[in-house]
Design a protein around this ligand. Sequence first.
Ligand SMILES: Nc1ncnc2c1ncn2[C@@H]1O[C@H](COP(=O)(O)OP(=O)(O)OP(=O)(O)O)[C@@H](O)[C@H]1O
Ligand SMILES: [Zn+2]
Length: 647
Amino acid sequence: MASEPQLEAVKGAKVLMVGAGGIGCELLKTLALSGFQDIHIIDMDTIEVSNLNRQFLFRQCHVGQSKAKVARDAVLRFRPHINITPYHANVKDPEFNVDFFKQFNVVLNGLDNLDARRHVNRLCLAAEVPLVESGTTGFLGQVTVHVKGKTECYECQPKPIPKTYPICTITSTPSKFVHCIVWAKDLLFAKLFGDKNQDNDLNVHSGDADNASRHMEDVFDRSVDEDLEKYGQKIYDHVFGYNIEIALTNEETWRNRRKPTPIYIKDVLPDNLSGQNGNLENCTTEESAVSAMSSLGFKNSQDVWSLAESSKIFLEALRLFFEKRHKDIGNLTFDKDDQLAVEFVTAAANIRASSFGIPLHSLFEAKGIAGNIVHAVATTNAIIAGLIVIEAIKVLKDDYKNYRMTYCLEHPTRKMLLMPVVPFEANKSCYVCSETPLLLEINTHSSKLRDFIEKIVKNKLGMSSPLIMHGSTLIYEVGDDLEEDVAANYSLNLDKVLAELPTPVTSGTILTIEDLQQEFSCNINIKHREDFDEENEPDGMVLSGWTMASTEKDNRIMSNGESTSTALEMQGNTDDIEITAGEPIGLGGIKRKHSETSERLEEASLTHTGSSSANQAPPEDVDDNEEEDDLVLLDNDPEIGKKKRLK
Ligand SMILES: Nc1ncnc2c1ncn2[C@@H]1O[C@H](COP(=O)(O)OP(=O)(O)OP(=O)(O)O)[C@@H](O)[C@H]1O
Ligand SMILES: [Zn+2]
C-alpha cells in the first residue's frame, strides 16, 4: 500500500494499462494494492495454458477467455470496490484514438512487441499523456518514463531489430519465418531427437490441453518395431494437421488474425505415401554427413523447396535420423553445422510457414536464422511491475526530478541488480517527437510506391493507416470510406515507380506522411540514388535522419563529468548521461558517467516480455577498472555533489 501523500496522488488517478500478460498481471495486482481505483486494461489476447505458470491471475478454467476480463475479475475478488474496465481488443483499433487516451493521467505498457509500443508512444505524445514503458526477458528487465517536454519519447533512440519472440507467437501465432524456425528447432526437433523428459511447449494447447498432451505422448513415442515411414507420416499429420485443427477451435485467437490451414500428408504427397524413400546408395555411411537432400537428389541449398519438396525432405530426414543416427537420438540439440538437422528444421519450418501463409525460405537462408527461447521469470515481471508503479506515482505527483529509467540486470554491476538511470532528454532529431524531417535515399526510377509504403512507411515508420502527400496532392491513402474510383486510382499508383507517379516523386521532393489515428505526421526528403549494396542495404533504400549521429554519440560517451553538478543538473546536459542510484530503490548515491554500461544497457534494451527466443546479449558486468576516467561518485554526505574517482 502506498504512503499517505502517495495515496493522495493515486486515489484520483485514472490509468490505462496496455497488456495483461506476464508484466500486466503483476502490474494490475500491484496497482490495486497500491490504492489505484480507476484502472482500464486493454489486451487483445485470450489465455493460453502456457501463460498459467506466471500469469497468476489466470487458472486452467480460464483458458480461451479474454485476459483483460479475467484479470479484472480476479483482482476485483480482493479489491471489490475499485473500478477496473477491461477491453478485449487491439490497442491499434480505431476506438483507442487520441481522445480516448486523453482521459488518462498516465499510460502503463506491459506489451511484448515493438509495433504496439510505438503506436502507444505516438498516441501518448499526441494526447500529452505520460507513458511508463516496460519489458522483460528472463532475468533482464527495464522500466522507462516518457513525458512530453520533459524526457525522451520511446522512439527517440532507434530500436535494435527485435531478435526475441514471445512463446505464444512460436507455439500458436507465428507471423514470420523466423517464428517457424524457432518452433521447428527448439520445439519439434528437440521433442523428436532431444531429451524426451524436457519441458516442451509443444505439449501445450489451448482449450484441450489434457487431451492434446495425451495425444502428443502417444504420437511421439515410437515402439521399437514401428514402421519408420508410418511413424514419420503420423508425426507429420499430428504437428501440421491435428495440432492446427485444435488451434483453430479457439476462435478468439483468429478473430483478428489470418487462420492457418491444417496440412495432412495425403493431401500434399497423395501418390507418394509408400516407397517415397530416398536413395540410400547416394548417402555416405559417415554419420555426420548423412543428408536427406543428397538422398533425394536435391543439390542447391539456395533453392526454395515447395511444400511437397519440404514434406519429402521432412520425412526423409526423420527416417535418416532413426536409421543412420539412431544412437544420437535422445541426446541431440540443434547444431547449425549438422546438415541433417538443418535439413529437417528447414523442411519443418517451411511446412509450418505454408500452413500460416508465410513465405518459404531456402536451406541456406534458414540456416542463417537463429534464435533461442529465453524463458520468462515471474520474479523479474514482479520487480518490473513494482518499478512501473513507483514511476507512475512520481509521474502523478509531477515529481519529474526523480524520474528514473531502471534496468534489472542478471549479474550485479557495482553491487547493483537494479540500475537506475536519469532519463534522457528528447533527441532533437527524433522524427516522432520533434518535427525533424527524415532523408530517404531511393532509386526513384525503379522503386515502386508499394515498396516505399511497405518498407519505409509501414516497417520503418510503424504507420498502419498512412496518408501520403506530395505538396497538396494526395498520392496514397487508406480508409474504408474511400470512393471506389479514388481507391482504384490509389491502387494503380501502388504499382508505379516513384518518378512515374501522376505527381512524380524525384530527387528533392518532400513527402508528408501522416497517420490519422496516431495523429502523427513527418516529412521525408527524397534523394535519388542509383545503386545500393545488396548486403548492407537489402531494402534497396536507406532512411536516415533520426539516428543519433555517431559524433554526437561519441560525445555522449567521451564527455567527462568535470562538472560537480547534481544528478538533475547533469540530466539537463544532453552530452552528459549518467547512471545514478535513485532513492526509490534504496540504493546509495552512486553515480557514474554513462559510458560502456549504457551502451550495453541500450543493447539489451528489451523489446518484449515473456518467454522468448533470443540472440540477445545480456548486459555484462562492468569492470570497475574500465574507463576509469568516466567514473564519478556522489556521496550522501554534506559534500554531496563533489565528484570523486570511483575506486
Ligand atoms: N496490439 C496489442 N493490443 C493489445 N494487447 C496486446 C497487443 N500486443 C500485445 N498485447 C498483449 O500484451 C501482452 C504481453 O504479455 P506477455 O509478454 O506476457 O505475452 P504472453 O503472450 O502473455 O506470453 P508469452 O507469449 O510469453 O507466452 C499479451 O497479453 C498480449 O496479448
Ligand atoms: Zn522522440
